[in-house]
Design a protein around this ligand. Structure first.
Ligand SMILES: *[C@@H]1O[C@H](CO)[C@@H](O)[C@H](O)[C@H]1NC(C)=O
Ligand SMILES: *[C@@H]1O[C@H](CO)[C@@H](O)[C@H](O)[C@H]1NC(C)=O
Ligand SMILES: *[C@@H]1O[C@H](CO)[C@@H](O)[C@H](O)[C@H]1NC(C)=O
Length: 413
């Protein structure tokens, strides 16, 4: 019986899960004259962290008086997320692991003995399996569907869902989450509401923890009773979707096409990105050719390719993802804007421009010459006029000098 769901987290801490024991093997192993029994008093407790359970046991009584021995325990548990058994060996009497509380919790444990009296070889005792099967609770068919989380540009994460096939009247969903730096579960910081229903949760970056289990649970209430619990455990760094690649530029130099772009905005480090370039080339015969190229060269935000001889026009778009050095998974970003080379027809434009440039130059030079010529004739005309003016002035001055007293004469110089 799982007590957790009926009490607040602080009360339910260390709720004990009642286990059923399934015999795995019956042959009793002995070493140094004692039976190598499996550990005793196995307990699984639920501290209320949405599936992160603690397993405890005690040393088998028969081994207590053995000296010069190393006693270890081999614990195997079924990882319901990866659908395989995981195995650990420990000298401790406790171990914590992540389980899916919607499925049976299976734990197998045995004692490993290595003593002077075993000549230094390892003796494995018999293995026992313990199973805890959660009690089904909640309205049948009310479990949410299509749950998935996307961590947009490592800036915020959105987890969304669809309501179950059966949605009792007045259904209300709740999301709770937990990671190892939290003392207890917390409710969703910001629900995403779609047509008045809670359909998702938005987590700011600060509420997330990377490279650690991030546990989620969506439950609910309704007038027909509580809705079926849905549990999830993810690692947020594997759910990143980078933003769109921006500022894509295509240039062509001597038949080589070169693409440049800026890394997407957001918090994904540049060395964690990989890119994919999609090109579609229109050939002279009108046919179109599409290609996708994965760019292995990390951190490089440019790409060069030789222009095909018959290509009329080439268009490119780029998207990015988190590379395998930084995460085990992720989502491709949306495609960038498509950027194309100029059409071949328009390639003749440079020639045309060249010709017109020469024409403009000729017109320009001719204009300058005409301007110079007209300036020159204008100047000639002006000089003639001033000559006349000068002659008049000299005549006038002579006259004044003759009539004026010498004191005033400096004014008329
Ligand atoms: C271990 O030793 C103690 C004292 O020497 C004794 O009382 C006890 O019965 C022994 N236990 C076993 C399992 O032999
Ligand atoms: C340890 O070695 C001795 C002698 O080599 C042998 O008689 C004994 O059976 C061995 N014990 C184990 C547990 O292998
Ligand atoms: C949903 O789960 C949380 C966390 O386990 C719990 O605190 C809460 O009471 C549950 N709510 C409902 C309606 O079952």
């Amino acid at each position: 019986m799982l007590l957790l769901n009926k009490f607040p987290a602080w009360l339910s801490a260390f709720a004990l899960l009642l286990l059923t024991q399934e015999p795995v093997s019956t042959s009793e192993v002995t070493a140094c004259g004692v039976a190598v029994d499996p550990p005793a008093n196995i307990e699984i407790t639920d501290p209320g962290f949405l599936g992160y359970l603690s397993i405890h046991w005690t040393q088998p009584a028969g081994l207590q008086n053995l000296t010069l021995c190393r006693v270890r325990y081999q614990l195997r548990y079924y990882d319901t997320y990866e659908e395989r058994w995981r195995s650990v060996r420990t000298v401790k009497l406790t171990y914590a692991a992540q389980f899916d509380l919607e499925k049976p919790v299976r734990v197998r444990i045995l004692t490993v003995l290595k003593c002077a009296c075993t000549n230094g070889t390892e003796v494995q005792g018999e293995e026992k399996e313990w199973v805890y099967t959660p009690e089904p609770t909640g309205v049948a068919g009310s479990r949410i569907r299509d749950f998935h989380c996307v961590y947009y540009g490592k800036e915020y994460m959105e987890c969304t869902w669809e309501s179950g096939p059966i949605q009792p009247p007045n259904s209300q969903h709740y999301l709770y989450y937990w990671h190892r730096e939290m003392d207890e579960t917390k409710e969703c910081p910001e629900y995403i509401i779609l047509s008045e229903d809670r359909r998702g949760c938005r987590f700011p970056r600060e509420s997330l923890l990377e490279f650690s289990k991030f546990n989620l649970c969506v439950n609910g209430s309704s007038s027909a009773g509580s809705l079926k619990m849905a549990y999830f455990s993810i690692e947020v760094q594997n759910h990143v979707k980078p933003a769109v690649v921006s500022s894509v530029h295509v240039s062509e130099i001597d038949g080589e096409l070169k693409l440049d772009w800026s890394p997407p905005s957001g918090q994904v480090p540049e060395h964690c990105l990989e890119y994919e370039v999609e090109s579609s080339t229109t050939m002279e015969n009108g046919k179109e050719k599409q290609e996708k190229m994965a760019l292995q060269n990390l951190e490089d935000t440019s790409y060069g390719v030789q222009r095909e001889v018959e290509s009329q026009k080439a268009c490119f778009r780029i998207r990015s993802n988190v590379n395998r050095y930084c995460a085990d998974g992720g989502f491709w970003s949306d495609w960038s804007q498509t950027k194309c080379t100029e059409d071949k027809e328009t390639q003749y434009i440079p020639k045309w421009t060249y010709l017109s440039l020469v024409g403009l130059l000729v017109i320009g030079i001719a204009g300058v010459i005409i301007l110079c010529l007209s300036l020159w004739s204008l100047k000639k005309l002006c000089i003639k006029k001033t000559n006349k003016k000068d002659a008049l002035y000299t005549l006038y001055k002579e006259k004044v000098n003759a009539t004026m007293p010498t004191i005033l004469s400096p004014i008329f110089k």
